[in-house]
Design a protein around this ligand. Sequence first.
Ligand code: DQA
Length: 149
Amino acid sequence: MKTAYVLNGPNLNLLGTREPQVYGSQTLGDVETLCREACARHGLALDFRQTNHEGELVTWIHEAGRAQAEGKAAGVILNAGAYTHTSIALHDAIKGAGALVIELHISNVHARESFRHHSYISPAAKAVMAGFGVPGYSLAIGALADMAR
Ligand code: DQA
């Protein structure tokens, strides 16, 4: 069984209380439960993580890329939070690791402030999802399962 890595970046640990009008009222624990159920439906194992540190995300993308090369991982669903808009290191990590990444945002970043309109992740990602709310994680897992088949 292949693993889906779901990697979450800064401030996503605050889901549930953080700007609920933008991100909804579900917690990161709820997101993990939803991902676990979606993975079970699609025959994937789940590795679900969150960090507030950019370098840790870089290291995890390397790890996922190695697992993918060994046939053990389906790929990565990456919500890099604000690092999406700032991090050349994450761009380089995705390319360097050769990881299949679906970039995901809970909110529609293109309907928000202009500083959220640019992503360093998108040019290195296989696909981009934004604005589906928390259920977007479930949709992304279905898409990853299809791509890994
Ligand atoms: C986000 C959008 C980013 O612009 C923001 O910095 C986040 C969350 C989203 O899921 O909508 O932290 O990635």
